[in-house]
Write a protein that binds this ligand. Structure first.
Ligand code: PLP
Length: 442
């Protein structure tokens, strides 16, 4: 056990965090070179395996979702999102905020089928489970492509099983939509932060939605228990799933290709700063791990949280990970950013990121809506509030004294003009128009 007063004394940053002040925690244990990988259980082969599996399932994606998402024909069934330069916003920040470097948005908000970063992990874990079942039951014909997973005999098999997940919204959509489309029973356990339109979206696609009065930790604990009671139930565990993590990490391979095609240099003099909106640390962790593994030490990965729910910052800075929550510091955990609304971080992501992460930045809720409007007005792009946190991070990070020290440590102070800022747009394309209009008025 620990004493909160002692913790704050050892970690003065927690005083700011407790007082809801926006701040940056720099990870003192970030490592480079081989040393960075000593305690990381995932490898480049994990990323490649996940990429290969997505490719195998590409014909199935076209078959199941091609009609609704014709872009899948063009991408040959691969779900990928654009990396775009935000030239107008960059110009504004340059004039008003002394912004340096080039500003990019990685638009997972516009991934087909699911409209969020959760497509990478959630679809992946359902597909892995479906493949295992198909093999165990000798249904898989190795001479045919994977669109066979939509056949009658596969559906009959899958209909005997239930896939369950707990979510603040988007992971539920990802797992629920994929599981239902394959013929599984899908049950999504939603915390009280989940938006009504996300529940409706799922119910319309045949998933069962169970609503909880409590927060995400309550929902996931109950959901896990319920799933364990049913031997035909499979649980996708947002706090603990290495399969989700591998699915997310594929983003790095694909983004590397895009970076090369766009002629963006990455080396010691041309670093990448990556901003990943963080809830439990799963998708944010998977993507950041992938970037470090695939693009190397010149990636400086920061997680972004809001001041009212800085769970990963608290877990990582104390190394208590899932053994501490924002409530233990007396923080209320309230935020409009439903994707970030997790009071207790994932233990395994916390451990995995110990040597890889550069730090965590916290921002205030109102800035999410300001940036949502700027992005709409200047770039004609609309994403959900959780997502805009990454853009806020990119323009506020460099104001902090502790970040100047970080830049000095890595000899980057005179290279800021060469920085490629990659802000992760984690969700947004499925937000109904009237709700987006309300966001834009906030
Ligand atoms: C899930 C999600 C996040 C945070 O990801 P974690 O996996 O919880 O770290 C951020 N934004 C959106 C829109 C999300 O759906």
């Amino acid at each position: 056990m620990y004493n909160i007063e002692e913790l704050i004394k050892e970690n003065p940053i927690l005083d700011k965090v407790k007082n809801l002040e926006p701040t940056v925690w720099i990870n003192p244990d970030r490592k480079t070179g081989d040393e960075a990988w000593d305690n990381v259980e995932f490898t480049i082969d994990d990323i490649k395996e996940a990429d290969q599996r997505f490719r195998k399932f590409a014909p199935l994606m076209i078959k199941l979702f091609g009609e609704e998402f014709p872009e899948l024909y063009e991408s040959k069934g691969i779900l990928e999102s654009p990396l775009v330069r935000l030239e107008n916003l960059e110009k504004k920040y340059r004039q008003e905020k002394d912004f340096k470097g080039k500003l990019y948005l990685k638009m997972d908000s516009h991934l087909p089928v699911v409209g969020s970063i959760k497509a990478r992990g959630g679809l992946y874990e359902v597909l892995v489970f479906a493949e295992i079942l198909a093999k165990e039951n000798n249904l898989l014909d190795e001479n045919r492509d994977y669109s066979q997973f939509a056949d009658e005999d596969f559906r009959n098999l899958f209909s005997k099983y239930t896939i369950q997940v707990a979510s603040t919204g988007n992971l539920g959509i990802s797992v629920g939509v994929m599981a239902s489309a394959l013929g599984f029973n899908a049950i999504v356990h939603m915390s009280n932060d989940a938006k009504d339109w996300k529940k409706k979206h799922l119910r319309d696609r045949g998933a069962t939605v169970i609503e909880y009065d409590g927060d995400f930790s309550t929902a996931i604990t109950k959901a896990r228990e319920l799933s364990l009671q049913d031997e035909f139930s499979y649980f996708v565990d947002d706090e603990d799933s290495t399969t989700l993590f591998k699915g997310y990490s594929v983003a790095a391979l694909r983004t590397k290709e895009q970076i090369e095609k766009m002629g963006i240099k990455v080396d010691k003099d041309h670093p990448i700063f990556l901003y990943a909106p963080c809830g439990v640390g799963g998708s944010s962790g998977g993507v950041s791990f992938g970037f470090r593994r695939v693009l190397g030490d010149n990636v400086h990965a920061f997680f972004v949280e809001t001041t009212h729910i800085p769970s990963f910052l608290i877990g990582a800075s104390t190394k208590l990970h899932s053994n501490i929550s924002v409530y233990d510091l007396g923080i209320d955990g309230k935020t409009e950013a439903d994707g970030l609304s997790v009071a207790r971080p994932s233990k395994f992501s916390g451990h995995t990121m110990e040597s890889l992460l550069s730090g965590v930045i916290t921002i205030e809720d109102y800035t999410l809506f300001e940036t949502l409007r700027e992005l709409n007005d200047l770039e004609d792009i609309r994403i959900e509030p959780s997502s805009t946190s990454s853009i806020v991070a990119s323009e506020s990070l460099f104001n902090y004294e502790q970040v100047k020290e970080y830049l000095e440590k890595y000899d980057l102070l005179d290279k800021l003009d060469n920085v490629t800022h990659i802000c992760w747009a984690t969700g947004g394309n499925l937000v109904p128009k009237e709700i987006m209009d309300n966001y834009l008025k906030k």
